[in-house]
Design a binder for this molecule. Sequence first.
Ligand SMILES: Cc1ncc(COP(=O)(O)O)c(C=O)c1O
Length: 466
Amino acid sequence: MGKGVSPPVALVGDDMVVPCLDGTDRRYVNLDSAASTSALPAVVDAVERFVPQYSSVHRGAGYKSRRSTAAYEEARAALLAFAAGDPEHDVAIVCRNTTEAINHLAYRLRLEPDDVVLTTVVEHHANLLPWGRVATRRYVECGTDGTFSVDDVVAGLDAGPRPRLLAVTGASNVTGWLPDLAGIVAAARERGVPVLVDAAQLAPHRPIPPGADYVAFSGHKLYAPFGAGALVGRRATFADGDPFLAGGGAVDLVDLDEVVWSAPPEREEAGSPNVVGAVALHAAIDELGRIGWESLVAHEEALARRLRGGLAATPGVRLLGPPPEAGTLAIATFVVEGAHHALVAARLSAEHGIGVRHGCFCAHPYLIRLLGLAHDEVDRYRAALRTGDHRTMPGAVRASCGIATTDADVDALLAAVAQVAAEAAGGSAGVPAYEQDPVTGDFWPVSDRPGWQAADRGPGASCAVG
Ligand SMILES: Cc1ncc(COP(=O)(O)O)c(C=O)c1O
């Protein structure tokens, strides 16, 4: 329950100042929470407290090993509860992130190439590509506003052959749209179709509803950037057969040509696990619990209205996805008419100290639809990319908020975007010069200002890798 702390809650590093092209240093405005979040102070405290007792888990008889093992198993229990898992029938598997969790599940479900996995065009690549490897995908389409209804999902569930799995996002990383997860899960369950919820974006912002068979999420989006994520799901799925990774820690007995695998979850965690990451995730979950979903959600709903409403009202800006009044996460993806998305993002960073992301956000099919790109346009972009030229890659700019975002952060973005949009409409007199790197598609200012000289540019740095 809440301890009297309401968001915004400062995160570690929030007070960082960054150099800008005009020679001033400004407080960094972080509007890139959907990519990765900074750490909660409680997470860093927990890690600092834990590190002195860190030792191997499940492999040592020493006192420190026992303490570490206990901390790891307590974290596992917290992950399970956080994902609304049932301790009797579900297990929590600690993995690196959502991508690994979904690949893990795709391997473990033992699908045949003709088996159908129903998924949607709204998904992040992490919830599209693993299914294409092991099964046949059927897609729920979206409308021009980037949403679909429960009925659309039902049509996909009822089409033959019956899907072996429904793999659906809990929240879009592009538009912040929240599908009606309760309705979708209920419809799938009525039809006996198991559901995976990609909760990478949902988990930091809303409670994970019960009912899904599998849930995947990442610590680095949940204020615990120490390299751990989780796959929570049916114990029975992992009870037989060889695990995703084979090796030590996953076995009870090995002879040269025979192996007795351990019971899950150990069977699924070969190799030394990321204990510090698990402890960090546990601390983040506890801290979110202390703050309480009620105040967290209220804070983020107000930010969503401010951000999306403000962008939609800015001349020269096109907000992608549902209208601002739709209840979404505080994420906004937008296009500035007449300005390349990479240039807008570069200008927000170099001139205003605002961190956003640009590109297609690892959700190319969704962006293609939101931007309304025709097949032949996509073919042209694909041909250019195959020659190593990223200059014309389509995309948009994404601003995303989290627990630490303030109204002032959003207002700073709105003012900066309004300025960039007005300059894009009215000519570029007085605007600093930027150069585009054809290999990455990114823009970089032509400047000798500290922090923005050619030598400051990281080798191979690119914001838009999809
Ligand atoms: C909706 C969604 N799913 C999956 C992922 C993949 O997460 P990770 O990179 O932590 O594996 C992301 C990351 O942005 C995401 O937003």
